[in-house]
Design a binder for this molecule. Structure first.
Ligand code: A3P
Length: 317
């Protein structure tokens, strides 16, 4: 069966348009309108063919570098709060991506944390490419996005740091920026990814919660309460009086998570793409860090593309 899958996958991939792989892979491949790393693409195709969502699943969806790691920790801590507290949570010794696996990276297993009794997993798959069963099951999706200027800068640094530690020369900033503007980045075009989930969230507000990194940074407690309610794990008044949401926010804060030993020195194995140092998922965690990296001209160009792409959608980033 695996052989058959590999054969059909090779056929699919051979027909796809290719673009610059940012030094991470030879190429990115354009599949159903989005640019994917070949190993992630394998997972996307496998998920489309095999993934069986359950109505009780909760799937955390995101465009890369929008706050996936943070959303995973907040959601996991919220769901598991009756089993663990901030001195026993698995978040203390596991990096959030180990606790909440990626659907397309763990395609061979499709385990959804059922061993912990928690049907929680994540994906970067664009909305139109989600496996049919995700839509049909009616399970809950939570999406997070971010100002594309900060996401681009975050992605640029993430790749540069990981490639440098593998002794591979990373792309220059200008070249990476050009590719990002053209939409030729991981799971890009960025704007199309965001718009897919945005439109779906307007159509199905009970099934898709649409979050923005910046708003969550502004008042995380409010959004954690909203998140808890949406996924059917609302905080009781007693929990609220006892400051449980605040404790979860503190546990999952950038300061706390980035200073844990596991996140300072551990590595995370992304299937097929090699190991990534956990600390590269925790860089600065700031809103507006693009100012330290992009020229005003570059920022204006990205803002212009964002305005154009989102115009008429009711969404601003
Ligand atoms: P920066 O590179 O701007 O610092 P993703 O998790 O989707 O890969 O996104 C990574 C970005 O989220 C990085 O942004 C990272 O620092 C930030 N981040 C990671 N953990 C965070 C946390 N607990 N709170 C806020 N931001 C966090």
């Amino acid at each position: 069966k695996e052989d058959e899958f590999e054969k059909s996958f090779k056929e699919i991939i051979s027909t796809l348009p290719k673009s610059n792989g940012w030094g991470v892979s030879k190429d990115l491949c354009q599949y159903q309108g989005f640019w994917l790393h070949p190993n992630f693409l394998r997972g996307v195709v496998a998920a489309q063919q095999r993934f069986q969502a359950q109505p009780t699943d909760i799937i955390l969806c995101s465009v890369p570098k929008a706050g996936t790691t943070w959303l995973k920790s907040l959601t996991f801590a919220t769901i598991s709060r009756t089993s663990f507290d901030d001195s026993t949570t698995p978040l203390l010794s596991n990096m959030p991506h180990e606790i909440v696996p990626f659907m397309e990276l763990h395609h061979a297993q499709f385990f959804t944390n059922k061993d912990r009794g928690i049907p929680l997993l994540s994906t970067h798959i664009p909305y139109p490419s989600l496996p049919r069963s995700v839509i049909d099951s009616g399970c809950k999706l939570v999406y997070i996005c971010r100002d594309p200027k900060d996401s681009f800068v975050s992605m640029y640094h993430f790749i540069a740091r990981n490639l440098t530690s593998r002794k591979v020369q990373p792309l220059g900033l200008d070249e990476a920026f050009e590719l990002f503007c053209e939409g030729q980045c991981f799971y890009g075009p960025y704007w199309d990814h965001v718009l897919g989930y945005w439109k779906a969230s307007l159509e199905h507000p009970d099934k898709i919660l649409f979050l923005k990194y910046e708003e969550m940074r502004g008042d995380t407690v409010v959004y954690v309460k909203k998140l808890a309610e949406f996924i059917n794990y609302p905080f009781s008044s007693e929990e609220q009086e006892n400051g449980v949401p605040e404790k979860i926010v503190k546990m999952c804060s950038f300061e706390k998570l980035s200073n844990l030993e596991v996140n300072k020195t551990g590595v995370y194995g992304e299937l097929g793409t090699g190991f990534v140092e956990n600390k590269t998922y925790f860089r600065k965690g700031e809103v507006g860090d693009w100012k330290n990296c992009l020229t005003p001209e570059m920022a204006a160009r990205l803002d212009q593309i964002t305005m154009q792409k989102l115009s008429g959608s009711g969404l601003s980033l």
